[in-house]
Design a binder for this molecule. Structure first.
Ligand code: PGV
Ligand code: BDP
Length: 393
């Protein structure tokens, strides 16, 4: 095609409107959480995800816009703190909330620079998308893929909008604001992409610094595919140490085996040092192998193991239907004056995605879980999430 300068910008653009209907109910069994019997909310969210391509020329320019808006359908003061909605000063969940995140991007060769606000998912800073709207960060990032198999990342984030917040706050840990969040990392894929070696370093200036190394490998053996994910975190206070002395290490390993429509996973995660896992407030613990819907098993000194099963009902002639069950047990928790506290969680997800017709890609997910803890709130939980990605461009 005879390209104008802007051709790539428009031609490679992709615009999707995500329609997310989310019902959340956490039932506290011993009322220990804010003296509340439950946390409950129901929202309808609109997630506009518009990404341009790049203009032509040596340096290509582009623009991404994430438009986020969520309306409360139900959820009152006495069932607040579901983290589905912001909470007003009088304790009442907001009727609606939202924000717009805009990112300018530029590309030379296979190196891209982004400046703005977006849903960043990095092993050392993982935006959470477990409620009404995704968490976003404001900052700048360089991603470079100049060498085959090697991805390099570096950047800085200076503002954080949590999943239930319309405003932008400074980057913080445990409510303690640091200076900017700086990070660098690299991931190298080799062995025909089946092995990945990653190394990352992040610092919330004046609060904490954290390093992470990871090795993943996937290996077909007969009818099976075996997988391994090994990781090590090391974190300490940084600079002015505004959150005091910190000490956290995590050793973890997850081993999976898949055959046909069945998947089996065993995971072990062990924390050491007297600080819980270090992460920016509101971010997902998803880099931890035992992170789940309701708990991350990341208390000081906690040791946990998990057994998980996945099934795809395509095997029984129902493509689109999947079932996940997992059980995780944690012990040796050093918290609340104890050195031996325990907790466990059982989590299940039944999901169905419509395979054809006018509602193709509409998905319905039911998540059901139970958590029992020696220290903290026992809870039973149900979530119903209906999602429809409306493709606009
Ligand atoms: P301490 C540690 C040090 C800090 C220790 C505490 C623990 O990191 O100096 O690094 O461990 O954390 O108690 O050590 O802290 O202060 O003692 C640092 C800062 C590191 C910053 C790294 C910046 C990397 C920039 C990436 C650039 C990205 C894009 C550039 C684009 C260029 C375009 C070219 C065309 C650590 C480990 C830190 C790991 C950092 C990862 C560096 C990436 C290197 C790639 C590695 C590939 C991995 C696979 C190799 C086979
Ligand atoms: C997940 C986080 C986990 C939280 C959980 C929750 O990874 O750490 O405990 O959300 O909402 O996304 O309870």
């Amino acid at each position: 095609p005879t390209a104008t300068h802007a051709a790539g910008f428009v031609e490679d653009a992709k615009v999707t409107l995500g329609l997310r209907n989310y019902y959340f109910n956490r039932n506290f069994l011993n009322h220990t959480q804010n003296n509340q019997a439950q946390a409950e909310a129901w929202t309808q969210s609109f997630i506009l995800d518009a990404r341009s391509g790049f203009t032509q020329g040596t340096v290509g320019f582009g623009l991404d816009v994430l438009g986020l808006y969520s309306v409360k359908l139900d959820g009152d003061r006495d069932v607040a703190n579901s983290q589905m909605l912001p909470i007003h000063d009088d304790g009442r969940p907001a009727d609606d909330f939202g924000r717009t995140a805009v990112t300018a991007k530029a590309k030379i060769s296979k190196t891209e620079l982004k400046v703005g606000e977006w849903f960043a998912v990095l092993p050392i800073l993982r935006a959470d998308d477990g409620r009404s709207l995704p968490q976003t960060f404001q900052g700048a990032q360089i991603t470079s893929n100049e060498f085959d198999g090697l991805n390099l990342y570096g950047g800085q984030f200076w503002k954080n909008s949590q999943r239930h917040d319309a405003s932008r706050e400074d980057m913080s840990f445990n409510g303690i604001e640091g200076d900017d969040f700086n990070f660098g990392g690299g991931e190298y894929r080799f062995n025909g992409n089946s092995t990945m070696l990653g190394a990352w370093h992040a610092r919330l200036e004046d609060v904490y610094k954290q390093s992470f190394v990871q090795l993943t490998h996937s290996q077909p053996v007969g009818d099976w595919v075996l997988g391994a994910n090994l990781g090590y975190f090391n974190g300490k206070e940084e600079g002015a140490a505004k959150a005091g002395n910190l000490d956290n290490k995590v050793y973890q390993g997850s081993f999976s085996a898949k055959t046909g429509n069945n998947g089996f996973t065993l995971s072990y995660q062990r924390l050491s040092g007297d600080t819980k896992f270090l992460r920016i407030d509101g971010t997902s613990g998803g880099t931890l192998v035992n992170d789940g819907f309701t708990a991350s098993f990341d208390a000081p000194e906690e040791r946990s193991w998990q057994v998980r099963h996945d099934y795809n009902f395509a095997g029984l002639g129902i493509p689109g239907l999947t079932l996940m069950n997992r059980y995780t047990s944690g012990s040796n928790i050093h918290t609340g004056g104890r050195t031996d506290a325990e907790e466990w969680a059982r989590e299940s997800e039944l999901a169905y995605t419509i395979q054809e017709g006018s509602l193709k890609n509409l998905s319905i997910r039911w998540r059901n879980s139970s958590v029992r803890r020696d220290v903290g709130a026992d809870a039973d939980e149900n979530r119903l999430i209906i999602n429809y990605p409306l493709s606009i461009l």
